[in-house]
Design a binder for this molecule. Structure first.
Ligand code: SAH
Ligand code: SF4
Length: 441
């Protein structure tokens, strides 16, 4: 996914990091970067959208709301901002006129700017979002956010950083020179932007008859029901803000997303996995991609710090792990690199005893990438071995292929595999939290 989410433009305020191919070849694990924007900064500088309860409380205290009123006022604003999607303080009819005036004088409810929206004929939507400037030289970081509707779910793929300090050799985001962490508000704002655009608020209407055209979920649930942190960046390198954003997104009085429908994908930042499970209690996805350390060292260089054994031990210890809450292992299919029968068998052996799902991802090429996507027969054969061992192994269907760069001409074959994914789901092998699979929670 990262490859389709890598249009971040230069952010002069972020650190410039040199990572040449030579540096990569020499075994660079990661770049260093100026990792934090202004902590707690809201999109729009003074926008309240995306803030946590504590940040909202501070913002209210700063304009003189008395201590004894703070809790009640935060609850009111929370409801308007996150339950109703208010865009103007005037809408907040149960907030007194005087306070509304003060709020409007000091703050906004502005969203980050949507630079462009592309809509695929299958309903997939991709937004290029510009975050507000964090300083005089900063034009504002740009990130992409993708919405993938299915009949019974709508999945939003969000970014946690602009760029990524890690340098996975098959990932375009890893080649970007400019990196900074997104604030929790900027992460939450991606969901707000998506809900604005698809009319997913109580009194809103979806655009252009999208619902009637079958371009939105039709199961009566929320249009955005699932979140995957599979956009740009390594979420566990920005864990504080990612957890804060998840708290806002899953708050029962506001955006109300179920934590079980939020999946955080990591390349394997072992020391932070426990904290993610304990504090965010979300589903976990691991970008495994190789079954031998030698190869994983090259594909996912963080493996040189935390090897496969350490990674899988951390998975076994992941809080809340059970058959109903499996870890998803992502495996990108690289021709002649990691796609042999022996690799598939080793994968199954390694994961033994871990409640797992395996998500095979067709490699998505990008200009200058040195890999090719495995042939379809190979993917099918690999999937067969994994499937025989009892694992759901849906191939991540390229969605929105008319608006995203996707891997190869896979359509009809992909549909074949989708049928199998459905069958597995019917057998109770769910795929909750992972997009592009026809079933699951
Ligand atoms: N940094 C996190 C999350 C973002 S990447 C991580 O690595 O898990 C989300 C997924 O997209 C990861 O599994 C990543 O390995 C995969 N990915 C990156 N580049 C890809 C490409 N060119 N083709 C297919 N999948 C890719
Ligand atoms: Fe890409 Fe994820 Fe690796 Fe970062 S950690 S370079 S986003 S695959």
């Amino acid at each position: 996914m990262a490859t389709v989410l890598d249009i971040a433009k230069r952010n002069p305020n972020a650190a410039t990091v040199a990572v040449s191919d030579a540096a990569r070849a020499a075994g660079f694990i990661e770049k260093t970067a100026e990792l934090n924007a202004v902590a707690g900064a809201a999109p729009g500088g003074a926008s309240l959208v995306g803030l946590t309860r504590d940040q909202l409380k501070e913002s209210l205290a700063a304009i003189g709301v008395p201590e004894r009123e703070l809790k009640m006022r935060v609850a009111q604003l929370w409801h308007w901002i996150y339950f109703r999607g208010a865009k103007d303080f005037v809408e907040m009819t149960n907030v007194g006129k005087e306070l509304r005036g003060k709020l409007a004088a000091a703050y906004t409810l502005a969203r980050p700017q949507v630079v462009s929206e592309q809509v695929s004929k299958d309903g997939t939507r991709k937004w290029l979002i510009r975050m507000p400037s964090t300083g005089p030289l900063d034009k504002g970081a740009e990130i992409e956010c993708v919405y993938i509707p299915e009949v019974d779910r709508g999945t939003l793929c969000v970014s946690s950083q602009v760029g990524c300090t890690l340098t996975c050799s098959f990932c375009h985001t890893g080649t970007q020179r400019l990196v900074r962490n997104l604030t929790s508000a900027e992460i939450v704002a991606q969901l707000i932007v998506a809900r604005d655009a698809i009319g997913d608020w109580p009194d809103a209407t979806p655009p252009d008859g999208a619902r009637e055209k079958g371009l939105l979920p039709t199961d009566g649930g929320r249009f955005v029901s699932n979140i995957v942190f599979m956009g740009m960046g390594e979420p566990l390198y920005n864990i504080g803000d990612v957890i804060a954003a998840i708290d806002v997104m899953s708050d029962g009085e506001g955006l109300t997303l179920s934590r079980r429908r939020i999946t955080v994908s990591t390349s394997g930042v072992v020391p932070q996995m426990e904290r993610l499970g304990a504090e965010a209690n979300t589903m976990l996805a691991i970008s495994l991609h190789a079954v031998r350390d030698e190869l994983r060292d090259e594909l996912v260089p963080i493996n040189r710090k935390y090897d496969i054994k350490q990674l899988l031990d951390a998975c076994r210890a992941y809080p809340g792990l059970s058959n109903a809450r499996r870890i998803t292992f992502e495996y990108v299919m690289l021709k002649g690199v990691n796609d042999s029968d022996a690799d598939a068998r080793e994968l199954v052996r390694l994961l033994k005893g871990i409640p797992a799902k395996i998500n095979l991802i067709p490699f998505n090429p990008w200009p200058g990438s040195k890999y090719e996507c495995s042939d379809w027969e190979r993917i099918e054969r690999f999937s067969e071995i994994v499937y025989r061992a009892g694992y759901a192994s849906p191939v991540r269907t390229p969605r929105g292929r008319d608006i995203l760069a996707a891997c190869g001409q896979l359509k009809s074959e992909t549909e074949k595999l989708r049928a199998r994914a459905r069958m597995m789901a019917e057998q109770g092998i769910g795929a909750e939290g992972v997009y592009a699979v026809g079933n699951g929670e």
